[in-house]
Design a protein around this ligand. Sequence first.
Ligand SMILES: Cc1cc2nc3c(=O)[nH]c(=O)nc-3n(C[C@H](O)[C@H](O)[C@H](O)COP(=O)(O)OP(=O)(O)OC[C@H]3O[C@@H](n4cnc5c(N)ncnc54)[C@H](O)[C@@H]3O)c2cc1C
Length: 395
Amino acid sequence: MQDTDTFRADTRAWLQANCPESMRQPITPDEMVWSGSSVRFGSEDQRLWFERMRDRGWFAPGWPAALGGGGLTPRQARIVEEEMLRLGCRQPQFNLGVWMLGPVLLELGTEAQKQEHLVPMMQGRARWCQGFSEPNAGSDLASLKTAARIEDNGDFVINGSKIWTSYGDAADWMYALVRTDPTARKQEGISFVLIDMKSPGITVKPIELISGKSSFCEVFFDEVRVPARQLVGPLHGGWTVAKKLLQHERAAMSKFSEGSAPSHDALAVARPYLFDADGTLLEPVWRDRLAALLMDSQAFGLTHQRVLEQAMARMDVSGPSSIMKLVQTEQEVAKYELLMQVMGQRGLSWEGDEFSSQEHDIGRLWLLSKTYTIAGGSSEVQLNIIAKRVLGLPG
Ligand SMILES: Cc1cc2nc3c(=O)[nH]c(=O)nc-3n(C[C@H](O)[C@H](O)[C@H](O)COP(=O)(O)OP(=O)(O)OC[C@H]3O[C@@H](n4cnc5c(N)ncnc54)[C@H](O)[C@@H]3O)c2cc1C
């Protein structure tokens, strides 16, 4: 095996040669390439970058090569991420499957499930959505009511509805929690199943948002049949599977500052508002606030690095994943609130339906940043988890 320095140098050289210049610019939400059966590219560079990374197995560098991953060690996979970050490379594709479901299937999936789902996921051919939340089951997820009747042959027949399903209208598959035993204690009667979104009986309705964009959907199930082989983990044991998945979701969300979501370099955006052409500081008060923000962000980066090292050493990071999710998403909100204040009314500018230029995005990304503190479990819920599981405080 190559030593670490050689691997890093080779990785950097490959990225420099293969990542087009336009794919090294900060990404806006409209420029994100979502994998799936109907993947769409806004430019030739997007397509090239997608295909090159896919063919190298670097949609998930640390997954087994036999399943389409890169077959790298955890250390090498981290080096790929670090070098992408260093060169400012965009994520070549976005897919809940790779971030959240994939690691769960790698751990708990049957061989047949791995072949059926991980391979298309790795090739960017399947788009996944998450069917957890329901109208009265968000933070209190275990109260979910969508029911799965179990047929004699083990198949499931699903009735009920899900809400806030991001991109449910564009997804090929959904991983979902359904109630399979209504008589058991609420956490013990839930199963985790994989649902083909083309199944008869599924209706998807988009929900409009304040930002003007609609990624949310409601999904209705009317006698939807799901084959028995699509059960992940034990029957009625879906709660444990879901907790694992949520850990991966939180880990993915704590990587937002590493390019896994559109974001801005606060200093670059604020600089013209804070300094004149000679570099003279115009607003000392803003300087102090910006410096505090940058120090917090630096401290977060170092702590994040430590947690990643712990994960690579196979230490339990379930507690830290909640801390990192909480801090990262609250820092994003703090950053955009400061930028909005520094920019004054220019921060409120809003042009057309599309995310247009870096500066015009600020207002919209400020709104978007607030949603991150709710998705994947709200900040208050993360605080509860940290209090209970990390600090050991009474419930
Ligand atoms: C951008 C975004 C994307 C999402 N995508 C998906 C998706 O793809 N699939 C999916 O299934 N869901 C998705 N969700 C839904 C998300 O998981 C829920 O919104 C979230 O779990 C909160 O649930 P709720 O909206 O029902 O709010 P509620 O649970 O009703 O909470 C309302 C408020 O009460 C607080 N609260 C609730 N319980 C407690 C408590 N015990 N202690 C202290 N405070 C509490 C919450 O923090 C919140 O402020 C998404 C949400 C967002 C914002």
